[in-house]
Design a protein around this ligand. Structure first.
Ligand code: ADP
Ligand code: MG
Length: 707
């Protein structure tokens, strides 16, 4: 049967509508999809043995002759056994299958089969339960290194491996070679055809290593080429020239003196603004390090030079808070600030838009609504996005594209990105490969580090006592739960990014609404308890948060919506329920909600989880408050998913490369990409055309940037 890469999976024997639908759940529609679906692991089935010589505890392949018609026995409902005896020259193997009735017709007396499994017992009489078996004269799944694939309901590993094996035999050699010959030679990379054969059905460990090396390198290489091209695009862009002369006027507005790190970041950004080229700068700093002031400084300078600024925040709450901060800061100077969010009335929105396009507002703060159609600026010179991990590269680009001034030669706005998620260096290189980076590695003076504790359920009563104590001192308390409703899995598992297996059920998880009710009615009837979660209407959310910020609530029960940026200096205690459900970096973010005022603050992580590894992971937080170290730890323990979910950044997804494990190859691929782009910056040579097309495809969300 001739197979082509573009054939639908239905073209494969044994695949009908039902299986095709099951396969589509894994994103597998064509033969090429199957070839690009990589094993998550391998099982070495090469070890062969006789019956008598088999080890009692490790799986082996045994060739044996079926000596009788399989016997079938019905034990009880749900348990049927099929037994058969097989022999070789020196021993007898008693093979038992549980609930696999087809076996009685599949094993023919007098035929030789290979059985793969553990031969229990010792000596020449052995037992094997549920072995993999196949005819000795046409082995496909025994006697070799077997791939193990990620699966879904209705798709077993045997099915998938069988289908992929046909694809490998049929047309793995047709997989296009997209890497330039020179790159392959210089970096000793295997050919595409070889790699797609051996990543699935390796001829040997060495062949597998070569295949992996090539495919991982390839993914990194595309990513590096794409990012490098984005960067050169931007580097070439002229930006509004914004002088730094007015910086002293800005400093004079501040109620405090800046930290050295803030000052440095502001001066770095100011130098970009004055350079004549568009700024593309990331400000990275731990929660509470005072990133907002860097943004404020840039907006101020832009205003002085006659340009408008836009500041985007990921939530309405945060947008509102920035609006108030900046309005307070700037009102005396005469800088006009507006707030544009999705919850405004249509008439209010209209008025705001009109003011923006007429140049009657100098700074607009908002959420994604800023990106929507119909928002036009008179002279947009600067775009700031806060809490970057919630925005994608594409979104950033889209707002930047709203362009400054008039005419075809109009400069593109400066872009400043603020991220409170400290990111390990290796990841920053990838995620922000298109940005310059300023790091704020210093907290404003007078902060005492948040004391962090890990406790089990047995401490719950004491914990509630501690809540009362804090409230009696006039402080406020956050209590964070992972899910809104009992049935809703926490977001990290919904995205399938976490490495731990999802919990069996979520019934034991503290669900916000129910838990808030329980606390209000039974535990703290005398305290003011409110709640906020992501499913509430924006206005309700705002109201609850505002009430907490104004000190009208003692306890706020919440999902992670409070994670980002919210500033309530009087809050001194945060309790995270089911803390094992969260990533370390996320917990660190949550912890940053307290310790923002003068009071000693506390973070209590509650978990009933007794797993050693989980507890060790959470313990990290009790030992350090350094966000960068925590991020490194998270990367090691959970992989890059938390940082690198596709939805978060709009970059191509990695299928085989692992940013945590394959850093050496990452660097090699980045060097290779740099070298290639030096020799052919636009990838316009004919031999680079396939590569260029591939990068365009992978970066579709920013395709416009390559035109
Ligand atoms: P981030 O966005 O980095 O988490 P913010 O910009 O929200 O931090 O600042 C946190 C708090 O610290 C705010 O209340 C802010 O007013 C205050 N702050 C910022 N810089 C300083 C400083 N240099 N000295 C004192 N307080 C500061
Ligand atoms: Mg902030």
């Amino acid at each position: 049967m001739a197979l082509r890469l573009t054939d639908r999976v239905e073209a494969l024997p044994g695949v009908g509508a039902v299986r095709a639908r099951a396969l589509s759940k894994l994103g597998l529609a064509t033969v090429e999809d199957l070839l690009r679906y990589f094993p998550r692991d391998y099982e070495d089935r090469r070890r062969r043995s006789t019956i008598a010589g088999a080890p009692p505890d490790a799986p082996v392949c045994i060739a044996a002759l079926v000596a009788e018609v399989p016997r079938h026995a019905y034990i009880r409902k749900g348990l049927e056994l099929t037994k058969v005896r097989a022999v070789d020259g020196g021993g007898v193997l008693e093979v038992t299958f549980f609930n696999q009735n087809y076996v009685k017709n599949a094993l023919l007396p007098g035929e030789s089969y290979l059985f793969y499994g553990v031969a229990e017992g010792t000596g020449s009489r052995r037992r094997m339960a549920n072995p993999v078996f196949e005819r000795e004269d046409r082995p496909r799944f025994t006697g070799r290194i077997m791939p193990i694939y990620p699966l879904t309901a209705g798709v077993s590993n045997a099915l998938l491996a069988g289908l992929i094996q046909r694809c490998v035999e049929g047309c793995a050699q047709d997989m296009p070679e997209l890497l330039p010959q020179t790159v392959r030679q210089e970096h000793a990379l295997a050919a595409a055809g070889f790699s797609y054969c051996n990543i699935h059905f390796p001829e040997s460990e060495e062949a597998l290593a070569l295949a992996r090396r090539r495919l991982i390198f390839e993914e990194f290489f595309y990513l590096a080429c794409g990012l490098a091209r984005l960067r050169t695009r931007r580097d070439g862009q002229t930006g509004p020239v914004i002088s730094s002369r007015a910086l002293p006027d800005f400093f004079a507005l501040l109620p405090f003196s800046l930290t050295g790190a803030q000052d440095r970041a502001i001066r770095e950004a100011a130098a970009d603004l004055a350079s004549g080229r568009s700024m593309n700068r990331l400000v990275q700093g731990d929660v509470g390090s005072g990133k907002t002031m860097v943004a404020a400084a840039c907006c101020f300078l832009a205003w002085k030079a006659g340009w408008q600024s836009a500041l985007m925040a990921p939530t309405e709450l945060l947008a509102g808070q920035h609006f108030h901060t900046l309005q307070n800061l700037f009102s005396s100077a005469g800088l006009r600030v507006g707030l544009l969010t999705a919850s405004l009335r249509p008439s209010e929105k209209k008025a705001l838009r009109a003011a923006l396009s007429a140049g009657e507002l100098d700074l607009v703060v908002g959420t994604h609504a800023l990106l929507s159609e119909g928002v036009a600026f008179a002279r947009l010179g600067l775009v700031v996005t806060d809490e970057q991990h919630r925005f994608g590269v594409a979104q950033r680009a889209s707002l930047a594209a709203k362009g400054g001034g008039e005419g075809p030669e109009a400069p593109s706005p400066h872009v400043l990105v603020m991220s409170a998620t400290p990111i390990p260096r290796t990841l920053a290189l990838i995620l922000y490969g298109d940005l310059d980076v300023s790091v704020i590695d210093q907290l404003p003076p007078g902060r005492t580090p948040v004391e962090t504790f890990l406790v089990g359920e047995d401490k719950r009563q004491r914990l509630y006592g501690f809540v009362r104590k804090q409230v009696s001192l006039g402080r406020q308390v956050y209590i964070v739960c992972p899910a809104v409703e009992e049935s809703e899995p926490p977001p990290e598992h919904a995205m399938g990014l976490g490495r731990e297996a999802p919990a069996k059920g979520f019934a034991d998880l503290k669900a916000v609404t129910a838990y808030a009710r329980e606390l209000r009615e039974q535990v703290f009837p005398d305290l003011r308890v409110g709640f906020v979660h992501g499913r509430m209407k924006a206005r309700e959310k705002e109201a609850a948060m505002a009430a907490f910020a104004a000190g009208e609530l003692d306890v706020l029960v919440s999902t992670t919506v409070i994670e980002v940026g919210v500033d309530v200096p009087n809050a001194s205690l945060i309790i995270v329920e089911n803390a094992d459900r969260f990533g370390l970096s996320q917990l660190h973010q949550l912890r940053g909600r307290v310790g923002r005022g003068r009071h000693q603050s506390y973070c209590v992580l509650v978990t009933a989880n007794r797993n050693e590894e989980t507890r060790a992971r959470l313990k990290t937080l009790t030992r350090t408050t350094d966000g960068f170290r925590i991020a490194e730890e998270d990367l090691k323990l959970r992989g890059p998913g938390d940082f690198f979910g596709r939805r978060q950044h709009g970059l191509p997804q990695l299928h085989i490369a692992d940013l945590a494990a394959d850093t050496a190859l990452l660097h090699e691929a980045q060097e290779a990409a740099k070298a290639l782009l030096r020799s052919d910056p636009e990838l316009s040579r004919p031999e680079h055309r396939p590569l260029n097309d591939q990068i365009r495809r992978l970066f579709t969300e920013q395709a416009d940037m390559f035109n």
